[in-house]
Design a protein around this ligand. Structure first.
Ligand code: ZN
Length: 240
């Protein structure tokens, strides 16, 4: 089973809890869809841990902005403040890890990408039906794993129609295609504060969407102690 994680955003407490849960659930493989850094207080330790444990990781928009602050021009003030802090904080070894990443990875029938597979460097969200069609149109694989929105989402293309599945355990049938957003480890935005990730069983073509409690108080305290914007500490508790 493959643990698919995304949008850790420097939240070490959430990452630790997710890695523990994944190994308890029997995951033997780990892949990361990017945005390991930005917002949270532990960018170095998160990147070191993910780089050591994940078979591969792909680039997120915050990872790019941590390397090149000009890419943060369209960020809001809080995100830009956090990524400037992150840029100063990251070790040169970790900056090099980010520099070596690609936008996406394809393995057999599965694609892994941070935002929409439709123009990965443009970081399109998949929030509307049109955006879902664009995403399906931009790749040939049966399954595409994405992150970026921090909101878990399972959209299937079934008999020519888009279907959003609410179940937390979904199976991709032989004729189906699926866009699977695994949500965010370190800063969920669907109103549920618990860390989000996915467990993918490639034989059964089954995804289990997991939520995991973590030490929220420590993560929030470290954000305050680092002098990062207060809102970044507060939003963790409300999952927004
Ligand atoms: Zn993100």
């Amino acid at each position: 089973m493959i643990a698919v994680i995304s949008d850790i955003h420097g939240n070490l407490e959430a990452l630790d809890a997710v890695l523990d849960d994944a190994s308890r659930q029997g995951a033997t493989d780990l892949v990361c869809l990017g945005d390991v850094v930005g917002y949270g207080a532990d960018p170095n330790r998160c990147l070191e841990l993910v780089h050591a444990k994940a078979r591969f990781l792909v680039l997120g928009n915050h990872d790019v902005a941590a390397l090149d602050l000009s890419a943060a021009e369209n960020f809001n003030d809080v995100a830009r403040t956090a990524i400037q802090w992150t840029n100063q904080e990251l070790t040169s070894a970790n900056l090099q890890v980010l520099r070596d990443l690609d936008f996406e990875r394809v393995e057999g029938e599965v694609r892994y990408v941070h935002a929409s597979p439709d123009e990965p460097p443009s970081w399109h969200y998949i929030l509307t039906e049109q955006e879902a069609w664009n995403a399906f149109g931009a790749c040939d694989e049966a399954v595409c794993f994405v992150g970026h929105s921090h909101v878990p989402l399972r959209v299937f293309l079934r008999k020519g129609r888009l279907v959003v599945l609410e179940e937390t355990v979904v199976e991709v049938g032989p004729e189906d295609r699926a866009l699977l957003n695994v949500g965010s480890v370190g800063q969920p935005r669907d109103g549920d504060w618990r860390a989000s990730y996915g467990l993918w069983d490639p034989e059964a073509r089954r995804l289990i969407a997991r939520r995991v409690e973590y030490d929220l108080e420590s993560a929030a305290r470290k954000i305050r102690e680092a002098g990062l914007p207060e809102v970044l500490a507060r939003r963790l508790a409300i999952g927004q």
